[in-house]
Design a protein around this ligand. Structure first.
Ligand SMILES: NC(=O)c1ccc[n+]([C@@H]2O[C@H](COP(=O)([O-])OP(=O)(O)OC[C@H]3O[C@@H](n4cnc5c(N)ncnc54)[C@H](O)[C@@H]3O)[C@@H](O)[C@H]2O)c1
Length: 363
């Protein structure tokens, strides 16, 4: 082990660990060394350790933390286990990069950040889909004030047929929720970031579970990564989460956001954030800027430097982590933004369940 590198341990060796976290740490090898991996399946942990040339593997996270004392832990387990492993890793003194969603409730997210703050640790939610060329371009325009006051946003993440068939994303006990918290969270987070972390006041949401037998069409929906082994266990009848969510979030200062999110819907595929301001509007997915009655121009985008990397957002996050640990940069993904996202997630599910508008002050 090189003493000038930060020691990394990864908990959960599934799709996102091998597609994103481990490749990104290894890309920044002058800063990081992945020294250990852990999975509940020792065979999986061993397989990943071998594939990526990692020296240690475990099926007991606490034993790994006690023996390895990593500086940073990536938490890549199913959603329901995030808090448990985040807290465990922080108790062993590690900074944590936790997969999204950090938490399903504001109480849980606050507890994690309170512990991190009290112990001088960084806790970062892997909101990896802010960093697209179009969204960076939109951020520049917004920060330069070119849109004027933005009063409306429309966020959409629609897969026509893309229920995840690996893992346990379709079972609430493991995932906490369905399409909204799995993929909607990325456009929500990106919109919160673009808007400079506006304060949400209330949410009215609707969720639907419209099952279809035409699941997991990889080419059509882009839902499946090349690193996914199709689950032998996936059964549509086990699904107890939403496949579609829609609604409105009202923010302080006269700003409203509508959302629609689907794992499966008879709609056009979309992954978009549309913003309307007093001076200009942007359609980020199509890189178009609208001004005045007729003017339409191309959004100036910011090229991303990680050509060919499937989950390039994680490379931005891990590069930023190295700079933050060296004291050279601020966090790209700020705790207060993740707390805003968590508030909206909790309110979305509560609003849909209770069939009423939920005030954020109730959480
Ligand atoms: N940021 C993104 O773009 C993105 C994309 C996909 C998934 N994710 C998130 O990553 C997380 C994992 O998703 P995935 O697609 O890798 O799922 P996955 O099912 O492929 O992997 C999860 C891994 O965790 C292991 N695991 C389960 N319980 C465990 C335990 N108690 N202790 C140790 N290991 C355990 C499983 O054996 C499996 O190998 C989820 O929270 C998901 O939301 C993020």
């Amino acid at each position: 082990m090189n003493k000038n590198k930060w020691k990394i341990a990864v908990i959960g060796c599934g799709m996102i660990a091998k597609s994103a976290h481990i490749p990104a740490y290894q890309y920044y090898e002058k800063d990081f060394e992945v020294v250990a991996v852990c999975d509940k399946s020792i065979e999986t942990a061993q397989e990943i350790a071998k594939a990526f040339g990692i020296g240690n593997y475990y099926n007991d996270a606490e034993a790994m933390l006690a023996e390895i004392h990593p500086n940073v832990v990536s938490v890549c387990v199913p959603n329901a286990l995030h808090k448990q492993y985040v807290m465990l890793a922080m108790r062993y003194g590690a900074h944590v990069l936790c997969e999204k969603p950090l938490a399903m409730t504001l109480t849980d997210a606050k507890e994690m950040y309170d512990y991190a703050n009290a112990n001088g640790l960084y806790l970062i939610a892997c909101q990896s889909w802010r960093f697209t060329p179009e969204r960076f371009g939109a951020k520049r325009m917004i920060d330069r004030g070119e849109l004027g006051k933005v009063y409306y946003a429309e966020i959409s993440r629609i897969r026509r047929r893309g229920i995840p068939t690996w893992g346990n994303f379709h079972i609430k006990e493991h995932s906490g929720g369905g399409a909204f918290v799995d993929i909607g969270i990325h456009v929500l987070d990106a919109a919160v970031w673009l808007m400079g972390n506006p304060k949400p006041l209330s949410v009215r949401a609707h969720t639907f579970a419209v099952h279809t037998n035409e699941i997991g069409s990889p080419e059509g929906s882009g839902a499946l990564s090349k690193n996914v082994e199709k689950s032998k266990h996936f059964k549509l009848e086990d699904m107890d989460v939403e496949t579609f969510a829609c609604g409105t979030v009202n923010f302080e200062g006269g700003f409203a956001m509508t959302f629609k999110v689907a794992w499966s819907a008879n709609l056009k595929e979309e992954n978009n954030i549309i913003l309307s301001g007093e001076c200009a509007g942007i359609d980020t997915e199509h890189a178009v800027v609208y001004r005045g009655g007729t003017e339409q121009s191309v959004l100036e985008t910011v090229p991303q430097p990680y050509e060919g990397k499937e989950f390039y957002g994680h490379f931005y996050i891990i590069e930023n982590l190295a700079k933050v640990l060296r004291g050279e940069a601020e966090l790209l993904i700020k705790p207060e933004e993740t707390l805003t996202v968590t508030k909206i997630i909790e309110a979305v599910y509560r609003s849909a369940e209770e069939e009423r508008e939920v005030l954020i002050s109730e959480l």
